[in-house]
Design a protein around this ligand. Structure first.
Ligand code: SAH
Length: 230
């Protein structure tokens, strides 16, 4: 079994790549695919770049060229709601692309036209493993729910309120739901695990700079634990 591990940015994969016992490194679509062993598991770890296009290309390469059996997306994200703070973990139950808009045809916001699903559901077994990993690291708070993705760094209170009301989202980021769509189309079980870097509000870019290092540490710890449980 090979697990594809995707992060959007180099800093999100930095700790993990230090622990990876590298077999082979190959560049494709300007992304470096690191094949090797991580905490005893066969993995291909890759930094895909920011946004839905980069993450979709990356996931398809993992599917077509590396035949990965599972995909895990880790990284940082904006928190939605009063109770969620930087450093907390969110495990996605399902994901939606909040910027997909064919409402002019009567579709729901987020619905990808002509696709028979509204949201992309994470693999139940992988969700449970991620949740178990969170339980075992009890000093890190964790939440499970819907994560929404779009090609936008959300830094606006009105937008967060809308994401919460329209989608019931607990977190927003820029890659998870497109990774999820590619996994859905290729029938690959996946899960998205993110750690909160900011609250997607008006000061989000400053919180993001401040809290990303701790958020990365936390998501890497959870992933480490999860791989050990697998
Ligand atoms: N210039 C910045 C851009 C970061 S974009 C940089 O290069 O560091 C934000 C990244 O973190 C994306 O990969 C996204 O998935 C995640 N993210 C964190 N907080 C977010 C928020 N409030 N809204 C959207 N994405 C967020």
């Amino acid at each position: 079994m090979t697990i594809g591990i995707i992060a959007a940015m180099a800093e999100e994969l930095e700790i993990l790549l230090k622990d990876l016992v590298l077999d082979e490194k190959r560049k494709k679509a300007n992304m470096a695919f690191h094949k090797g062993k991580l905490y005893g598991k066969d993995v291909v770890a890759v930094v895909c770049g920011i946004g839905k296009v980069n993450s979709a290309i990356c996931t398809q390469i993992l599917a077509s060229e590396y035949n990965v059996d599972k995909v895990i997306n880790v990284g940082v994200a904006g928190g939605i709601g009063k109770e969620i703070y930087p450093g907390d973990i969110v495990v996605a139950e399902n994901l939606v692309q909040h910027d997909m808009d064919t409402t002019a045809f009567g579709d729901k916001m987020g619905q990808i036209p002509r696709l028979s699903t509204f949201d992309f559901k994470c693999d139940e077994e992988m969700i449970n493993l991620a949740k178990k990993a969170c339980e075992e690291i009890s000093e890190i708070n964790s939440f499970t729910g819907r994560i929404v993705s779009g090609d936008q760094f959300v830094a606006n209170i009105e937008k967060i309120k809308w994401l919460e009301k329209e989608f019931g989202a607990i977190s927003c980021e820029m890659e998870g739901a497109s990774i999820a769509q590619v996994c859905y189309l290729n029938s690959i079980p996946f899960v998205v695990i993110r750690s909160i870097s900011d609250n997607a509000n008006n000061g989000a870019h400053m919180d993001y700079e401040k809290f990303t290092p701790i958020a990365v540490k936390n998501s890497t710890r959870i992933l480490n634990k999860m791989l050990n449980l697998m």
